[in-house]
Design a protein around this ligand. Sequence first.
Ligand SMILES: [Zn+2]
Length: 475
Amino acid sequence: MKYIIFLFGLIAPGLLHAQSSIKAKRLLKNVTYLASDELAGRWPGSAGDSAARKFIIQQFRQAGVIPVLNSYEQNFDITVKLEAPAASNFFRAGNDTSFVFNRTYAILPFSGSATVSARVILADEHKTAMKALRQFNNSWVLLWRRKLMAPASDSLSDYFLAKEAARNGAAGVVFVTPDSLDKKDALVRLRPRKDEPLGIPVVQLKREASKNFLEGLDKGRLIVHDGETFLVSNRQLTVSVKIDPVTIPAANVVGVIEGNDPVLKNEYIILGAHYDHLGYGGYGTGSLKPDTTAIHNGADDNASGTSALLEITGALARNRNKLKRSIMVIAFAAEEEGLLGSQYFADHLPVAKNSIKLMLNMDMLGRLNAENQLYMGGAGTFPGGVEFMKSLEKGSGLRPVVHAGGVGGSDHISFYRKGISCIGFHTGGHPQYHTPEDDAHLINAKGLEKAAKYIYRAIAGLSNREQEWGFVKQD
Ligand SMILES: [Zn+2]
């Protein structure tokens, strides 16, 4: 213990004591509210999202947290919806005009907005289709989808395949989902994605509708080329796609608990947690049950971290006279949309970058397992970090699993990318992750309390730490 005190400076006894004001009961109460159906999954831009934000601001204000900006809110715009106005969107195969948007066909979120009239190439094999395109460029190409959900970088994703087709001269892409991939043949939802839109229209046609599709296109000619066969339609497929992005204002909630050392109070330790979640789920939201439209309450992800943020903030604020450095507390918006809130924050820091010594992020703290494992990634991003985080084990009732690297999965990455030391805390995954079943009754409240106390003690120590700081890159 002496060694630890020597290394990390004195943690004022009062500060350690203050952790007892962090209570499982209140933690659970706040999780239960944030993860209630009333807040409807806290989808960015929704009423539930602003209710959550209001709640956080109210708690910050009550605790005596000071706004860093003009208000507690750091506003930014995000695209939350893509609209396809009926007047400018249609699908016509030859003379067949029976295709209906969102019933027989869908527009992929990364589709370009354009009207294209061209013949269609059909081939069984993807490779053949690409060869055919090079021979008959400026054609539509019909492609079989290979994966339902995959990141744009995956070579089997819709995005990757469509991009490849565009490169080979496709005027547009029509995807059909094979039976083996999805018996229900669900249509892709037109929802904002991070992928850069392609210049060409990309649509998905229902399997059933694709059967009549050829009739409308008058069969076409069968071409044999190098032993490979493909069809080129006689008639033209005309598709008009127009996507109107709808942007809405989102906001991080940011405040400061000022430190007391005349010099060190100008340095910051940041504690953050995202408060948004997946709303009603669906394709493109990150839901792992994208076919189910139901409130994704996100009790563990991340009402638990948000609740811990409020509780730790309260305890720190009550003991602010013992803190040397200032603590900046942030509830991030739109994490599930791709770390948008933290990215915006990191791009628009309200204080000098080198005054931020460390960022601690909490994402999913509510499901502590029987082994009492609290996971930390990125502890090696500042000197002595791993040792320090491990040193808090005694008396915590937790088994810290401390990784020097492993910076991933949540908002702290946005800081890491800027060269700011950071640690991500979580209590591990579970079967309810990103499903409508991530509910408050599954929260381990006592475990959440232990985790919150652990993090509180970390901040109390770090606020007064005397050892040198510095960013250490990790893999
Ligand atoms: Zn999360």
